[in-house]
Design a protein around this ligand. Structure first.
Ligand SMILES: Nc1ncnc2c1ncn2[C@@H]1O[C@H](COP(=O)(O)OP(=O)(O)OP(=O)(O)O)[C@@H](O)[C@H]1O
Ligand SMILES: [Mg+2]
Length: 99
């Protein structure tokens, strides 16, 4: 089956030096359902933010055959989305415009 997501040797440390991801590698194939579970602070959100290009670690991320980089970012974000853990974080505008 086609590979939808490939993560190879992904490492990420926050600016304060906290290592959140250490040598993470996995594939997700078409039709597969993958659940990522782990205790608080084990790096789940950090991983997803790397998959969306919000955070940039070392390693290789490929989405639908496209390597995640500045050039491919917009195309990838049309195919894949991230719902934030805290729903209030989605409200980035103080007002709503009706038309
Ligand atoms: N902005 C930040 N600056 C420094 N360290 C951070 C930052 N955000 C997260 N961390 C640290 O990175 C590690 C991974 O955190 P992350 O939020 O990715 O975990 P998580 O698995 O999503 O946790 P939770 O289940 O609580 O949502 C933890 O040690 C956390 O304290
Ligand atoms: Mg989280």
């Amino acid at each position: 089956m086609e590979r939808i997501i490939t993560v190879s040797n992904l490492n990420y440390s926050y600016p304060d030096g906290t290592t959140a991801l250490s040598d993470v590698s996995f594939d997700v194939h078409e039709g597969e359902t993958l659940v990522i579970i782990g205790a608080n602070g084990t790096g789940k959100s950090t991983l997803f933010m790397n998959l969306m290009g919000i955070l940039k670690g070392d390693g290789r991320i490929e989405i639908m055959g496209l390597t995640l980089n500045k050039t491919n970012m917009n195309g990838i974000r049309r195919m894949m989305g991230l719902v934030f853990q805290n729903h209030d974080d989605h409200l980035f505008c103080p007002t709503v415009y009706f038309f």
